[in-house]
Design a binder for this molecule. Structure first.
Ligand SMILES: *Cc1c(COP(=O)(O)O)cnc(C)c1O
Length: 487
């Protein structure tokens, strides 16, 4: 590891200050705080000037890679550029300073925004009602599974199995298991699509639902979706749509029309809210009419007079899955994004996302194996199996990309592709960026042939090199302790 700029604690000196606070009017030794809870030794804090502090955080921010600093083709994550106007609107005091407990007469604007966002998302997905409570995609999946469970229970129908394709995102089986279901895996066929025959073979009256994303995680459109839906419905099962890949079809096709009964969306993917750094997400869940009675409470309703109110009386509701009304700020950003884009803009975004992915796929398949060579949707999965013969794995290719200033694609997922590299360029990238990325990938492929050790030792230009990921996970050191070895 190279020598780095000193961190905050090594900077500064005794007595330096970057702030000035008014005189405290709280008695120094407060009677309110028992003596045993009072600090005996002053807390050790860095003493640092404002300028040093600004440089510290600016330096830290430069060590990171984000959508605002470069290309981020992390497959399945839809790391598109997030317009700053979304942030400005979410920060408006009329939104940001609301308290979720305020009476509805005083938050009519916020309720109207939720109502309108629900209308838009229902239109985009082909669903009847939407709950905004789930805080992420996986949380939406769990909510959807609970809704499906409540639906079958209300019909006195005991069903224990959820079917999930082998290409599915790992959160799908986890969510279904958390909701009390057993998982049965459905294999993919040689096209990379759900094997319809195998699916028919496992469909019976114990099946509560099939969870599916379309396009699937290979970036391929499930062409048999209407037959799949009919087959599942025929045995009384429901269809769950993992909407993480909605960016491929927005404005072109609707899960509701494909036969899906429940949908979650990732507002922090498709609807332009930053994610990946741990910020709040939002995974609204849309349902068809038959599942509306079970939705989390409350829902926003509009009176004939035009005023909005919270509807709490859903006797069969599964209850609440989040405090108050979900991550409201993220919903404001999604609303802003949809209004700014308009319906034609959203449709165009999906068209461009698909075009960008196909352009890159056609270039990269000359140097990397493409296990499912079909027209892709918004993303595609190539494989480093050829490079692996020279000792260069998908993980090595990913590390090498860091030296070119790109965030790597998703690696080793989906599980059905060996040495998988899952590339999702999104619609917000120019052809020039796509070309630069393709050139980097081509050069890495060349190096894998000629100088594989350069690739396997990468990255060479990042603040830290290869980390011991197992040790970092098993023994995380999250506080600065002055021990150089741990930094
Ligand atoms: C991201 C993703 C999820 C989970 O969404 P989170 O918001 O990360 O919980 C589920 N399925 C697919 C296909 C995804 O890409």
């Amino acid at each position: 590891m190279r020598k780095e700029q000193p961190l905050l604690f090594e900077r500064g000196a005794r007595g330096r200050r970057g702030f000035s606070l008014p005189q405290s009017d709280v008695p120094a030794k407060s009677e309110l705080l028992p003596a045993r809870m009072q600090r005996k030794i002053p807390l050790r804090l860095p003493e640092i000037s404002e300028g040093e502090l600004v440089r510290h955080y600016t330096a830290l921010s430069k060590r990171n890679h984000g959508v605002d600093s470069g290309f981020y083709p992390l497959g399945s994550c839809t790391m598109k550029y997030n317009p700053k106007v979304n942030e400005e609107v979410a920060r408006l005091s009329g939104f940001a300073l609301l308290h979720p407990g305020q009476p509805s007469e005083s938050v009519q604007g916020a309720l109207e925004l939720l109502y309108r966002t629900e209308t838009y998302l229902a239109e985009i997905t082909g669903m009847d009602r939407i709950t905004f409570q789930p805080a992420a995609g996986a949380h939406g999946e769990l909510t959807g599974m609970m809704l499906i469970h409540a639906y079958h229970a209300s019909r006195n129908d005991q069903r224990k199995t959820v079917l999930i394709p082998d290409s599915a995102h790992g959160t799908n089986p986890a969510s279904a298991v958390m909701a009390g279901y057993e998982i049965r895996e459905v294999p993919s066929d040689e096209r990379g699509l759900v094997d319809l025959k195998a699916l028919r073979g496992v469909l019976d009256h114990s099946v509560a639902a099939l969870m599916l994303t379309n396009p699937n995680t290979l970036g391929l459109f499930e062409e048999d979706i209407l037959e799949i839906a009919a087959a599942v419905h025929d045995v009384g099962g429901l269809l769950y749509y993992d909407g993480a890949n909605l960016n491929a079809i927005m404005g072109h096709a609707r899960p509701g029309d494909m036969g899906f009964d429940v949908v979650h969306l990732n507002l922090h993917k498709t609807f332009a809210t930053p994610h990946g750094g741990g910020g709040p997400g939002s995974g609204p869940v849309g349902v068809k009419e038959c599942l509306v009675p079970f939705l989390p409470v409350p829902l926003v309703e509009r009176e004939a007079s035009g005023s909005y109110y919270w509807k709490d009386d859903l006797p069969e509701s599964i209850g609440k899955v989040h405090g108050f009304h979900g991550n409201f700020g993220v919903i404001v950003k999604a609303y802003t994004y949809m209004v700014m884009m308009g319906a034609p803009g959203l449709r165009q975004a999906s068209s461009d996302a698909v075009l960008n992915a196909n352009y890159l796929m056609e270039r990269l398949k000359k140097r990397y194996a493409l296990p499912y060579d079909r027209r892709c949707m918004h993303e595609f999965v190539i494989s480093a199996v050829q490079q692996k013969k020279k000792g260069v794995s998908a993980g090595d290719v990913a590390k090498a990309l860091l030296d070119y200033g790109f965030h790597p694609p998703t690696v080793y997922f989906p599980l059905i592709v060996e040495e998988a590299l899952m590339v999702e360029p999104t619609e917000t990238e120019s052809k020039k960026t796509l070309d630069r990325f393709a050139e980097a990938m081509e050069e890495i492929a060349r190096l894998a042939e000629t100088e594989p050790e350069r690739v396997t030792a990468a990255p060479h230009a990042t603040p830290v090199g290869r980390l011991d990921e197992v040790r970092a996970a098993r023994n995380p050191v999250v506080c600065w302790d002055g021990n150089e070895k741990n930094s």
